[in-house]
Design a protein around this ligand. Structure first.
Ligand SMILES: [Fe+2]
Ligand SMILES: [Fe+2]
Length: 187
């Protein structure tokens, strides 16, 4: 996890967007995929031992399952559609060539959807934070799960910051720059 990202947002300002997207995929997306499975199994163990007396654990698990399900699809949309398009736009600007219109019209449309999904995930994580008393384990038996949830929350904040605040505004500006070189839409 790159903890410098939030403290030093300018480290990406002069670098190609493709480098930032590679960083996002290899650190944050990889971390999400790894932790979704691990946290799921940690929940199962803690619920088996304490779920009967602590119904809030099941509520937290349900919230985390929703986050996991939505997030895995979200990552695929970024990796298979949005990021490759931003890569093509950046390449076109760099080589001063044309880029075809994407099926989604303009990059602002998928970005709007991604930001909404980030906000939704952020709200669900906030609720998990509230239910877990800000990830404070009531006994040592909860510690692995709560540590994993805290780390997941922290990584997600950095991940969302990297996209919402660093990548997306530059992608919109770059698409505007590429617009003058657009090929007419086909079909
Ligand atoms: Fe992402
Ligand atoms: Fe995202």
């Amino acid at each position: 996890m790159d903890t410098n990202l939030k403290q030093s947002p300018d480290i990406w300002s002069g670098k190609p967007l493709v480098s930032l997207m590679n960083h996002i995929v290899t650190t944050h997306h990889a971390f999400c995929r790894q932790e979704v499975a691990r946290v799921g199994s940690l929940f199962k163990g803690v619920i088996a031992r304490h779920g009967k007396d602590h119904p809030e654990l099941k509520r937290m698990e349900a919230l985390f399952s929703t986050i996991a399900r939505d997030l895995l699809m979200h990552l695929i949309r970024e990796e298979q559609t949005l990021f490759p398009y931003i890569t093509r736009v950046e390449e076109a600007v760099r080589q001063n060539t044309a880029v075809s219109w994407p099926p989604f019209g303009t990059v602002e449309n998928p970005i709007r959807m991604m930001v909404l999904e980030h906000d939704q995930t952020g709200e669900e994580l906030k609720e998990i934070g509230r239910l877990s008393n800000d990830y404070t384990p009531p006994t040592e038996d909860y510690a692995d799960l709560y540590d994993a949830l805290r780390a997941f929350d922290r990584d997600m904040r950095e991940h969302i910051h990297a996209e919402d605040d660093l990548l997306f505004p530059r992608a919109v500006a770059m698409e505007e720059e590429a617009c003058a070189r657009r090929k007419p839409a086909v079909g």
